[in-house]
Design a protein around this ligand. Structure first.
Ligand code: ADP
Ligand code: MG
Length: 702
């Protein structure tokens, strides 16, 4: 049996491979680009391309692709083979030039650009992100060399999710170094955001999936009565992993490990058929690439195991949805984690300043942070008693909250509560020092020891936007702090004063209680914290004055780029709901209502048959059932008409924001008005007549 260490990263054009295959000068040139942002020379690019191609060809690859992340939220690729034009004798060679490595050209007009480009200005470029290693991906078309790239328009506007992420990483690097220098650090050269994204997903049986048009077209169920058993027994969370799922996870891990993705933790989640995969954290852009690979691998492997992987945020009403906890910290090249409080945080002024800046950033830009996790599917999850609410608040835990209170009261802190010793009361179990704080699952933005965990991100979403926003807003707060504190004679005193000021001004965003409760919504409103329950409410945050100022200051987005992103967000919302509405109409008209009518006919005939056989027989129950079914089917039929009507009227609205609003305010309620009678019917119609698998079958028969 090969050990994991033997094949981990075997499909990555890794540091070790580069060192082995490149000349010293090309290797150094590449590192100057990676570490210092110096432009790569033509000669070095040519040599790297040649080495990369030889490596890939040895591994059986015939094609390469510039792998990028357009604003659709998934990845895009166009495969080119390495073959050259045949020579006079009809022979070809495998070739790959430096230019092909560095730059690709695509007809970008078919990707969303939110009005950034007209179709006659269709040129788009992909540019190599040499800080995220190239890798070979298995596919039905054979192994493919994937080169992570950014995607921009002819005139340089970002058309993807990677470009702004890289820009935001440069911003936070520069500002975080200023903070470190304040406290005498001279050794660190770079500070990068580290990100670990825990991915939740559902697995269901493929054959059952294929019987549900709603799952096929929208990724979630649009109808479905509650099964007799849900998640109330809490028996799935961390439960024993079923054989079929275990075999799937094993294959997922092996594929990911070969591609250098350090898949680490796997377990069953709260809902039946729900699972989670968490990798070991990596630098933000690599983590974002890896998360895309994880999602892709989960889907591909599920098919191979006759399963389907659902990444939708809320595939089933009434059971937990799926999110993607985005763990975020700031780590220097020499290993300092700026979010590590140490054992006595009150003595760690640098950490306290970092913390205060983060709190300022989150309070000031709560609306933008909320927006970074907005998508139509996530609207169904956030605040649904299982996921954090759409109100952004920060959980610090007892220890840090106590220190914050000391600062607010007296301008500095003199003590830190430390973790007690854990005692089980059983002599054979070990005693150990507990964490200084407990967990809080209900908070959207929680401090968890040496990182913040942003829990609002949806399971289907890219993590890029969330990290762009985190990097940018914290860079801004760092910049302000450094401006205020650089040159201070007594840095500790000056920093303490500054920290106390920030806690006093922005402490309202700290909340350690139950984020799911109704009381918190009321309390948050009293504190003036924004509550943006739907994506449509969230999108305006992209184009406010404070957002534009923030992003322009750090050259992360221009105003036109932001406007285009808000346009795309509205469009994607309207399109998503439109597809859902169409699918409901289709299923109701062609599958569900006809099935109910067939059953009603059967019931009517049976009443007549019983009467004919025995005229004194009591058929009250059957008759009542028939009337009830008939009433509900009428209600459903009317609801279909209404849903069609409002879908048409919403679709024709010109303005994207107004169109999205119409889908939210008119179409979504009409969808509910159709689902209700159909779900009631599912509970009373003979099971053999029901044309699609039920929740019970989908969730428990895997
Ligand atoms: P839990 O579910 O208890 O929050 P998991 O182990 O499932 O924890 O996931 C935690 C995630 O956080 C992992 O992806 C892990 O690599 C990541 N992580 C740990 N430390 C850091 C850090 N300093 N910065 C960013 N991510 C981190
Ligand atoms: Mg976890």
């Amino acid at each position: 049996m090969p050990s994991v260490a033997d094949y981990f990263g075997i499909n990555v054009f890794s540091e070790a491979q580069m060192k082995e295959r490149l000349s010293a000068s090309a290797y150094e040139a590449l590192h100057r680009t990676i570490d210092e942002g110096v432009e790569l020379t033509k000669d070095a690019a040519a040599e790297i391309a040649e080495a990369m191609k030889n490596w890939a060809v040895e591994k059986g690859a015939t094609h390469y692709t510039h792998w990028f992340q357009p604003l659709t939220g998934t990845t895009a690729e166009k495969h080119d083979s390495f073959i050259s034009a045949p020579d006079a004798e009809g022979k070809i060679i495998m070739e790959f030039s430096g230019k092909e490595l560095i730059k690709g050209e695509t007809d970008g007009s078919s990707f969303p650009s939110g009005g950034l480009r007209a179709t006659f200005e269709a040129r788009g470029y992909t540019a190599w992100d040499c800080t995220s290693p190239a890798f070979i991906k298995p596919s039905s078309a054979g192994p493919i060399l994937c080169i992570p790239t950014a995607f921009c328009s002819y005139t340089g506007e970002a058309l993807d999710k990677k470009t702004p992420l890289l820009r935001s990483m440069e911003a936070i690097n520069e500002q975080a170094l200023r903070i470190l220098r304040l406290f005498g650090n001279t050794t660190s050269k770079r500070v990068m955001p580290s990100v670990g994204a825990e991915q939740e997903y559902f697995l269901i049986d493929r054959a059952k999936y294929l019987q549900r048009p709603d799952l096929i077209f929208t990724g979630r169920t649009l109808f479905g009565a509650k099964p007799p058993k849900g998640q109330e027994m809490d028996d799935h969370y961390f439960g024993k992993i079923r054989e079929r799922i275990g075999a799937f996870m094993k294959d997922v891990d092996e594929d990911l490990w070969r591609m250098g993705v350090s898949s680490k933790t796997e377990h069953n989640e709260v809902a039946p058929a729900q699972h989670e995969l968490a990798p070991i954290y990596a630098v933000a852009n690599v983590a974002a690439d890896h998360n895309q690979l994880i999602m892709e691998t989960l889907k591909r492997m599920a098919k191979r195991h006759n399963l389907r992987c659902l990444l939708h945020e809320k595939p089933f009403a009434g059971v937990n949805g799926s999110g993607k906890h985005n763990n975020w910290s700031l780590v220097s090249d020499d290993g300092i984690n700026l979010l590590n409080p140490g054992r006595h945080p009150h003595k760690n002024t640098c950490f306290m300043l970092v913390l205060a800046c983060i709190i300022e950033a989150v309070d000031k830009h709560a609306d933008l942070l909320r927006e970074s996790a907005a998508d139509a599917g996530n609207d169904l999850r956030l605040g649904a008693d299982e996921a954090p609410p759409a109100i952004i608040s920060v959980f610090l835990g007892d220890q840090l909250e106590d220190i914050v209170e000391q600062y607010i009261r007296s301008g500095s802190a003199t003590t830190s509560i430390t973790g007690d010793v854990f005692r089980s009361g059983v002599s054979t179990l070990p005693d150990f020092v507990k964490d200084a704080t407990d967990r809080n699952r209900t908070s959207p933005f929680a401090f968890t020891g040496n990182k913040f965990e942003f829990r609002a991100v949806g399971s289907n979403d890219s993590i890029s936007e969330a990290n762009v926003v985190l990097n940018a807003i914290v860079a801004e707060a760092f910049c302000r702090a450094a401006d205020a504190l650089e040159g201070s004679e007594d840095i500790t005193a000056a920093a303490n004063e500054y920290i106390a000021k920030l806690f006093r001004e922005h402490g309202r965003v700290i909340f350690n209680g139950d984020g799911y409760s109704k009381e918190w919504r009321e309390e948050a409103a009293r504190r003036g914290l924004p509550n943006r329950p739907t994506m449509v409410d969230a999108v305006p945050a992209l184009t406010t004055e404070s957002t534009v100022k923030l992003f322009e200051k750090f050259k992360i987005f221009t105003e036109p780029e932001l406007l285009s992103r808000s346009e795309i967000a509205y469009e994607s919302y309207a399109k998503t709901v439109n597809i859902e509405a169409n699918t409901m109409v289709d299923m109701a008209s062609k599958m569900l209502i006809p099935a109910v009518i067939r059953y009603a006919g059967r019931l009517a005939r049976s009443i007549n048959d019983v009467k004919a056989a025995c005229s004194s027989a009591n058929t009250t129950i059957q008759t009542e059932l028939l009337i009830k079914i008939n009433d509900l089917v009428n209600e459903a039929g009317r609801a279909v008409e209404k849903l069609e009507e409002v879908t048409v009227s919403s679709r024709t609205i010109e303005d994207a924001a107004l169109r999205a609003k119409a889908y939210r305010d008119d179409v979504i309620p009409a969808m509910k008005a159709l689902r209700d009678p159909i779900d009631s019917l599912e509970m009373i119609v003979d099971k053999t007549y029901w044309p699609v698998p039920t929740y019970g079958q989908l969730l428990f028969e895997v």
